[in-house]
Design a protein around this ligand. Structure first.
Ligand SMILES: [Zn+2]
Length: 259
């Protein structure tokens, strides 16, 4: 896979340029691999081991992953306001797996149908459609904000929070809009929790339709958003006893004043 060349290691993957030029995705992956391996020189005679190099301890942490994404690879590629949204996700009072979900969401790395089409996994027209409305091709922006079902979810969440959300706003701008409408009323990390919970529950509802053939019921989705957000707030709170689910369900912003 390579050889020492003066004071550095010369990698050789035995892949010809002709193969790469015929396959743009392989080309992209090869370029990313070369970038990752660019500064690495194997030690002859050493035993192979797995190490998460962005962390000084060699162990994976969510924080080091966030730093890697923000500093090393993304700053040139991701626009500034999307980076701000990624930062808000990092600060949100949600479990780590939801932060990772949020980053993948903003970076368009979830396996939505448009991504599967791009990778030649889906071909038939009917397979590309949104399962929640069957009226548009599925991508994350449509699924989470512009689909009629998603709009109804956000309208209901707005009623619950006693705010008016602009349902024409989508993507990372939607998070900024959500935070702006509620600015000064409760802490941002808790607002981000509600926003991320909503997007996550919509994504899971979509998955349940596809993989479990589950029905899509608006009231069930809203109840799930209220329940999951209450659980995550409870887990992250040092207050005991925590606010009752009934208080949270009825008047969330009022209830949060006591958390
Ligand atoms: Zn739809």
């Amino acid at each position: 896979m390579g050889s020492r060349c003066e004071d550095h290691w010369q990698w050789d993957f035995h892949v010809t340029a002709i193969i790469l030029l015929d396959n743009p995705e392989l080309m992209q992956e090869a370029m990313e691999l070369m970038e990752i391996l660019g500064g690495i020189c194997p030690t002859v005679g050493a035993v192979d081991s797995i190490k998460w190099w962005p962390s000084t301890e060699g162990c994976f942490t969510v924080k080091s992953c966030c730093s890697l994404m923000r500093v090393r690879h993304l700053e040139e590629e991701v626009e500034a306001n999307k980076l701000a949204a990624i930062k808000w996700v990092w600060e949100a009072a949600v479990p780590s797996k939801i932060k990772v979900f949020g980053w993948r969401f903003f970076l368009n790395r979830l396996p939505s149908k448009d991504q599967l089409v791009r990778r030649n996994i889906l071909h038939r027209e009917e397979d590309k459609m949104c399962v929640m409305c069957s009226g548009e091709y599925e991508d994350l922006v449509h699924l989470s904000f512009l689909c009629p079902f998603a709009k109804n979810v956000w309208i209901m969440i707005g009623l619950w929070l006693d705010i008016m959300l602009d349902v024409s706003v989508a993507g990372h701008l939607h998070l900024a809009h959500f935070l702006q409408v509620l600015k000064g009323r409760i802490k941002r990390k808790k607002l981000c929790l509600i926003w991320l919970t909503t997007v996550w529950v919509i994504w899971n509802s979509r998955n349940n339709i596809i993989f479990n053939n589950s029905p899509l019921v608006l009231d069930d989705v809203i109840t799930s958003i209220k329940s999951v957000s209450w659980i995550w707030l409870s887990v992250g709170s040092s207050k005991s006893p925590f606010i009752s689910f009934y208080s949270w369900y009825q008047a969330p912003l009022e209830a949060l004043k006591y958390v």
